[in-house]
Write a protein that binds this ligand. Structure first.
Ligand code: GTP
Ligand code: MG
Length: 693
């Protein structure tokens, strides 16, 4: 235990843990002023997130962790939490204080973890969250009694509104400064169990650093790979101790331990909970669910909701989009007319403003789409969507839970692929990871919006919905194919929890709104802008005049390359023959290749490479496209290619990290490229056939 003087001089490390969907990230956001992702379903957070809190003279590092029901972790996200609490990370050791965030509405289910955390012998505080729901449901929980019985401070909180946060901080500081750990409720197991635990602890103490009671229990119940962490000699000794004794109750040690924990919990509960009065919220939730997850209506309603979302994204988003587009074009013109002619002029007007600047145009659409998805998540509908899609997912040999990463893929493939961590089975994870990039991410939205506005202004919303639908359908078909060939197998059974519906609060929505804007602007600054500069350079230099003998493949692109040969047109010569069957021009080809970095760069590249003497100033991006793309059929083929082709660099890195190797990365790159080519080819020909050529 730290003394207060040395506590003051260093960071206090605090771990936030608790069952999934108990409100950990909401509490974290209020403690640290962050705006991390929250949602009303289990498994939102799948990685460790650090945030800092300066409180008076104290500096605290707060770590938000993936949710878990018990310390015997199964899926990779739970392993992260268990390792952080049980073993500590690297040289830092274990956290100084553990805060367990408990959903007051399901106290009973949370206490198993409480018991296990107590056994870890780390100072602890409980945030009794969802206190508003506890009260409105008329649940009679006595936090003081609970605190007294457990020997742990219990602070009622309302995580999504930030209530009780100051009291929580005070409690954390108090326990971190206690010289002696306070007396917590330890479960007394039967004699045989207590005896073996003692022996394991003393065997370890002789040769290595002392271990906690919880760790000894972990070894005994082979809950985790705890035994593997011991050195071989000690491992043998401990194994022998375990085999020498027999459990007094139950067939195995883990049965004996679990039994004791549950009986302690039920005894405790009778002392802290009174009987509850009726709760309208529960009946309301089940009444809403009777319609929303109905066998017949569920799926059509879900599809209708998505259709509405895309319609709003396009139709409402298109107004601010036009204004921003006009402002950016005006700025580009202003720069062009006022900056000294030459390098600087071209660099600023055609490079920075027409490239990265144009990406700003799509901010309203992105905000509308992602806020829409946020509302679906935060209300609790996301979990229902997984439930509704269970039947469809079973076609792939996956369960409905795997649909959540797919739906998140509408936002960004990176967190979506990481969300597959919540699946226990490796085969399920790989299959989900392989098809997730087919779910059209929001970075592709600017391309759809731009092309839709240029060629299909009256049916933009429907076109965008169709693309998303096509992506999802392809994901299901491809998943089914892989599930029956390269990734054959059965999914593990899974019970999906349906949380009560909750009103998204203004505060949380505001957090998410800021987060969307911040991430988008950061992407423009860090990824799009540098790349735009590269594209501007290669589309303007080395400025050699083109020879009079222009190769035939160049004729199509000659008006865009300003009659000079640049690195872009040189590269185009090699790519163009490959892409010619799809009807794409050289700038379109180059835009697609640059999109491997990030999909937003496709728009930036078109913005930059279509700016030239032939299309001077005053030209919005939409006009440029109308002048440039040969026909509506080619425009559609381009969209389908964008939808299906290889994901961006960050996604590739994420696939590598999550599958731990290059095999599946290569597989994913190859199959998606082939699929995109085929898809675009078919689209072109079908579109020409129906008269869009
Ligand atoms: N009514 C009510 N809702 C809350 C409270 N705290 C959080 N929520 C909501 O509960 C849902 C879950 O919150 P999160 O903070 O994402 O929960 P989490 O524990 O981080 O979830 P995982 O990361 O999935 O383990 C969200 O919809 C929150 O807005 C609360 O005190 N009262
Ligand atoms: Mg979370």
């Amino acid at each position: 235990m730290q003394t207060s003087s040395n506590i003051n001089s260093r960071e206090i490390v605090i771990a936030l843990t608790g069952n999934p969907n108990s409100g950990k990230t909401s509490v974290f956001n209020h403690l640290t002023g962050s705006n991390q992702h929250v949602g009303n379903w289990s498994g939102v957070t799948v990685e460790r997130l650090d945030g800092w809190l300066h409180y008076g003279k104290h500096k605290m590092r707060i770590t938000d962790l993936p949710g878990m029901y018990s310390l015997s972790a199964g899926s990779p996200d739970e392993v992260i939490t268990r390792d952080f609490i049980v073993h500590g990370v690297g040289s830092e050791g274990r956290p100084d204080v553990v805060v367990q965030v408990i959903d007051g509405g399901s106290l009973e289910r949370s206490l198993l973890l409480t018991m296990q955390l107590i056994e870890q012998e780390i100072p602890m505080v409980i945030a009794l969250n969802m206190w508003d729901e506890v009260q409105s449901r008329g649940l009679l929980i006595d936090p003081d009694k609970l605190s007294e019985k457990l020997g742990i401070r219990v602070i009622p909180t309302v995580g999504n509104r930030g209530e009780g946060i100051d009291e929580l901080i005070e409690a954390i500081l108090t326990v971190s400064e206690e010289k002696e750990p306070s007396e917590t409720m330890h479960i007394r197991f039967d004699q045989a169990t207590e005896h073996v635990v003692e022996e394991i602890i003393s065997a370890c103490k002789k040769v290595a650093k002392p271990i906690s009671r919880g760790f000894a229990l972990g070894i005994l119940t082979s809950e985790e790979d705890a035994l593997d962490t011991l050195n071989p000699e000690l491992r043998m000794e401990v194994t022998e101790i375990i085999h020498l004794h027999k459990p007094q109750h139950g067939a195995s040690w883990s049965e004996a331990v679990t039994h004791a924990r549950y009986s302690a919990i039920s005894k405790l509960l009778t002392k802290v909970i009174g009987s509850s009065v009726g709760y309208l919220g529960d009946t309301l939730t089940s009444r809403i669910d009777r319609v929303l997850i109905n066998r017949f209506w569920g799926l059509p309603i879900f599809i209708l909701l998505l259709l509405m979302l895309f319609e709003v994204t396009f139709t409402v988003g298109v107004y601010p989009m036009e204004w921003i587009d006009a402002v950016i074009s005006w700025l580009a013109d202003l720069a062009k007319n006022n900056l000294p002619a030459g390098f600087i002029n071209g660099f600023v007007a055609d490079g920075i403003i027409s490239g990265a600047g144009f990406i700003l145009v799509f901010l309203p659409n992105i905000v509308i789409l992602l806020m829409g998805i946020h509302l679906l998540e935060d209300s609790g509908y996301m979990a229902r969507a997984a439930f509704i899609m269970d039947r469809v997912m079973r076609l792939m040999g996956l369960h409905g839970r795997a649909f959540i990463p797919l739906l998140m893929g509408f936002g960004c493939s990176v967190p979506a692929i990481m969300a597959s961590r919540t699946l226990e089975n490796r085969r399920d994870r790989i299959l989900t990871i392989l098809v997730t990039p087919l779910m059209s991410c929001s970075a592709r939205l600017p391309i759809y919006v731009m092309v839709a506005a240029a060629f299909f202004p009256r049916h933009g919303g429907f076109l965008i919905f169709s693309l998303y639908f096509l992506g999802s359908l392809t994901a299901i078909l491809v998943g089914q194919l892989f599930g029956k060939t390269v990734l054959r197998g059965q999914t593990t059974p899974f019970v999906m929890e349906l949380p009560p519906y909750r009103w998204p609060t203004g505060k949380t929505s505001w957090f998410i709104f800021k987060r969307i804007i911040k991430l988008y602007l950061r992407r423009i600054g860090v990824v799009v802008l540098p790349f735009t500069i590269v594209i501007w350079f290669i589309s303007n230099y080395p400025q050699t005049e083109m020879s009079s003998n222009i190769p035939s493949v160049e004729t199509q692109s000659v008006e865009y390359s300003r009659q000079r040969e640049t690195y872009l047109t040189m590269a185009g010569k090699y790519i163009e023959p490959v892409m010619r069957p799809l009807g794409f021009t050289v700038p379109m080809d180059v835009a697609l290749i640059s999109g491997l970095v990030a999909k937003e760069v496709v728009v930036a590249t078109l913005g930059v490479s279509l700016t030239g003497e032939e299309s001077p100033g005053e030209e919005t991006l939409v006009r440029k496209l109308q002048n440039h793309i040969p026909s509506r059929a080619v425009a559609l083929a381009f969209l389908v290619f964008v939808l299906l082709y290889t994901p961006c660099l960050m996604t590739i890195i994420t696939i590598h990290r999550e599958t731990k190797g290059w095999f599946w990365v290569t597989f994913s790159l190859l199959y998606q490229t082939a699929l995109a080519y085929l898809g675009a080819f078919l689209t072109l020909h079908i579109a020409v056939m129906i008269g869009l050529g």
